[in-house]
Design a protein around this ligand. Structure first.
Ligand code: TXA
Ligand code: MG
Length: 344
């Protein structure tokens, strides 16, 4: 049975929205809320039944752990008693913000939220609406990206409205997400940070402070059958529109390869090329759309462009790859998954 989904525009209905949503969290319900990265689907992390309902609502595999959101560093103690010196150093620099840390989990935290692992992912978001929701609810909030499992993450409230109307009781509309890609996930249990998922806080930024960084093999390559993923979420086909997605990367004849594939596909498929602003001229006469002038801009538009491909009814999408420097690594990590490793 569908339920009523209330949507609050936080610009105009800040107090009503926050009061309602925080009481839903306290009562064990689910809330769609904005963060600076993407929208989240939140519940009280310490309420195991509430956390279970997140997995059900998303259709998410139960071994894919969730990130717990805090608004103040004092809440770390609820989740872990092993706040390593490395974690202290990096969070002092990158919190609040798009940076998630993996620490050893306290046994008092249920294993549903950690997908059965003995570690826990923690993030302090910078978005003031997200922070207010956590603070007002008086809880720590488990929240995956607020999309149905396998779909592109939501960067606008409308994306959550599309996926969850009739399924969750409330969605808070706080405008478009700034970063547009999910947070950087970094395991800080050891001496050297291990990057599990690239995001807005880049590998270069982490390395500069920590002196070193290990980039998990799953970030840019496909794990072999049976190979263990350090971050289970990176295993699954992800961020996919209905269209088949291709990625052109490596080498200096990318436009040529894209044109060839486009000309073949467009005979019987509605096809689009997503590229950088400066490359538009390479695809003249073909259906090409610019995603922005640099990786930062492409990051903020990527998920919306994947959802838009469905709205437009495209059968095929060809992405032009970007450099993996800076936030480009996160952009490429997401496109590779959207393309399910179909690389040309
Ligand atoms: O920006 C974000 O991180 C957003 C917003 C809502 O905060 N959340 C988000 O959550 O992207 P989700 O569930 O879509 O992605 C969480 C990622 C997954 O890849 C998951 O496998 C990984 O974090 N993760 C969570 N706990 C982990 C753990 N204990 N060890 C390793 N990876 C973990
Ligand atoms: Mg997600």
């Amino acid at each position: 049975m569908p339920i009523e989904t209330k949507v609050f525009d936080l610009n105009k209905e800040f107090d009503e929205g926050m009061d309602y949503a925080s009481s839903v969290i306290r009562d064990g319900g689910l809330v769609g809320f904005p963060t600076e990265t993407v929208y989240g689907l939140g519940a009280d992390a310490m309420n195991e039944e509430a956390v279970k309902s997140i997995y059900v609502a998303k259709g998410r595999p139960s071994n894919n752990p969730l990130i717990v959101h805090i608004w103040d560093a004092s809440q770390i103690a609820i989740l872990s008693n092993d706040f390593t010196p490395l974690a202290r150093k990096l969070t002092e620099a990158f919190w609040p913000g798009p940076f998630t840390i993996i620490l050893k989990k306290l046994p008092s935290v249920n294993e549903t939220v950690s997908g059965g692992l003995d570690s826990i992912a923690i993030r302090m978001p910078s978005n003031p609406y997200a922070r207010e929701l956590i603070k007002r609810s008086g809880r720590v909030i488990a929240a995956p990206s607020g999309n149905l499992s396998g779909k592109p993450s939501p960067t606008k409230a409308q994306h959550m409205i599309d996926d969850f109307t009739g399924i969750i009781p409330v969605i808070l509309d706080g405008g478009d997400a700034d970063v547009g890609l999910e947070s950087t996930v970094c395991d800080l249990r050891g001496e050297v940070p291990v990057l599990l998922r690239p995001g807005g806080i880049t590998a270069e930024m982490i390395k500069e402070l920590a002196g070193d960084i290990i980039i998990s093999p799953g970030v840019m390559t496909k794990l072999k059958d049976g190979e263990k993923a350090l971050s289970p979420g990176m295993l699954y086909k992800h961020y996919s529109p209905n269209a088949e997605v291709y990625l052109a990367m490596n080498g200096n004849d990318i436009p040529l390869r894209i044109c060839k594939l486009y000309d073949k596909l467009c005979k019987d498929k509605k096809t689009v090329i997503y590229c950088k602003q400066e490359s538009l001229k390479e695809y003249e006469g073909r259906n090409a759309v610019s995603l922005g002038k640099d990786s930062q801009e492409i990051a903020s538009r990527l998920f919306d462009s994947l959802r838009y491909a469905d709205v437009k009814g495209y059968d095929a999408v060809i992405f032009e790859g970007v450099s993996t420097d800076g936030v480009g690594l996160a952009v490429m990590n997401r496109i590779i998954r959207a393309a399910a490793f179909k690389i040309i």
